[in-house]
Ligand binder design. Structure first.
Ligand SMILES: *Cc1c(COP(=O)(O)O)cnc(C)c1O
Length: 408
């Protein structure tokens, strides 16, 4: 058969782009050849799915897993479908404070079908305001409280959240999409100890193929009084499975599930812990180096793999949009992001979100983080100066020749 050159040329172009640049998008990563190979195959076997389930349960100490969700957003939508009725109230971290679209944004099914109440970060500390969360929970009596976010660099107090959920009779769901790899490596607290349900993506710090998972820990056997029309009590595992299929999706992507199984297998290896330790170390060194250059990092630092730079104190006139464009032009990829209490819109923003999972997969250590911080500041000091940006880009491309796509 004739090779589809159009597609493969585009894929090669993307490959070259990835090779040459510094990837700092906090949700991105590069996967091993094994994960790629598994995803390219089409094995339609139940054993593959069972293996994925067994491995992910071992990895997180879970008793139940559904590995079929096509994405993190699908996993979350399935949980909402399982535990809420249309119009029911639930709580999630405000999107503008680091939450995720699928936690109640008004343009997402979560905000269209249900009634979201957002909680916030405290202005003083830049950390989740659990006192406000409790007040809001008592006032609004949500059926579900969601923890986790996309641009939050601090550890969560899952125990406090469970207390608040118990106080108002709500279920607690933690979405660990971003820090899942660090949690698997036991570098951050494991939400399965506290939450009724845990969801995640598999492609961020966890370093697998694009996809989602739903997990449950020790509350697995608790039917939570869910009754069918015929008066039968249903187990939550059944309710969740039906919410994924047929509630939310059609057939599973078995090739992606095979790649998930491979990635969970890699995450169970000792090298994975070493990798995650380096991810965390690199993030903390990068955050400190940027602060030493006078940039403000929201909440004053990071506990995980990511950080949110508030540009306003050092560059009052620089938007996240312009900063992102300048960095991308220098082959340093990062996203613009709203900062808590942002005065600009979601299209402009006053922040940049950075993360170290992808660059650490390529073998970067602390010394390179210091250099990256310098390059970022050079670009942000002259976001409109093509000559400065071109000079940084040449340096980035030269440096990245020393870093293979997947090193561990
Ligand atoms: C990335 C992310 C998701 C969604 O993942 P997709 O696979 O892109 O749908 C869900 N929740 C959080 C907190 C995320 O960061």
């Amino acid at each position: 058969m004739k090779r589809d050159n159009q597609i493969f040329e585009l894929i090669e172009k993307e490959h070259q782009r990835q090779l040459k640049g510094i990837e700092l998008i906090a949700s991105e990563n590069f996967v091993s050849d094994q994960v790629m190979e598994a995803m390219g195959s089409c094995q339609v076997v139940d054993e593959v799915e069972q293996l994925a389930i067994d491995r992910v349960c071992q990895l997180f100490g879970a008793e139940y897993a559904n590995v079929q969700p096509h994405s993190g957003a699908q996993a979350n939508a399935a949980v909402l479908l399982a535990v809420l009725q249309p119009g029911d109230t639930f709580m999630g971290l405000n999107l503008a404070h680091g939450g995720h679209l699928s936690h109640g944004s008004l343009v997402n099914t979560s905000g269209i079908l249900y009634k979201p109440v957002g909680y916030n970060l405290s202005k003083g500390t830049g950390r989740v305001d659990y006192d406000e969360m409790e007040t809001l929970a008592v006032k609004h009596q949500p059926k579900l409280i969601i923890g986790g976010g996309s641009a939050y660099s601090r550890e969560w107090d899952y125990q406090r959240m469970r207390q608040i959920a118990d106080e108002v009779g709500a279920l607690l769901m933690i979405d660990m999409a971003h820090p899942a790899g660090l949690i698997a490596a036991r570098l951050l607290d494991n939400p399965l100890k506290y939450a009724h349900i845990v969801t995640s993506t598999t492609h961020k710090t966890l370093r697998g193929p694009r996809g989602g998972i739903i997990l449950m820990g020790k509350d697995f056997e608790n039917p939570w009084g869910l009754t069918t029309a015929k008066g039968q009590v249903k187990m939550m595992s059944q309710v969740l499975n039906s919410a994924v299929f047929p509630g939310q999706q059609g057939g599973p992507l078995e090739h992606v599930i095979a790649a998930k199984a491979v990635a969970f297998g890699e995450a169970l290896m000792p090298q994975f812990k070493t990798y995650q330790q380096q991810v965390q170390k690199n993030a903390s060194v990068l955050a400190q180096a940027l602060m030493d250059c006078g940039l403000y990092i929201c909440s004053g630092g990071t506990d995980n793999h990511s950080m949110l730079v508030d540009l306003r104190p050092k560059y009052p006139n620089l938007t996240g949009k312009v900063a992102e464009r300048a960095l991308v032009a220098a082959d340093i990829t990062a996203n613009k992001n709203m900062v808590p209490f942002d005065s600009r819109s979601a299209f402009q923003t006053s922040g940049i979100r950075l993360g170290t999972p992808a660059i650490t997969t390529r073998g970067a250590k602390e010394d390179f983080m210091l250099e990256i911080a310098e390059m970022i500041v050079t670009v942000l000091n002259a976001p409109d100066d093509d000559a400065v940006i071109a000079k940084v880009r040449v340096h980035v491309n030269e440096k990245m020749k020393d870093y293979p796509m997947f090193a561990w």
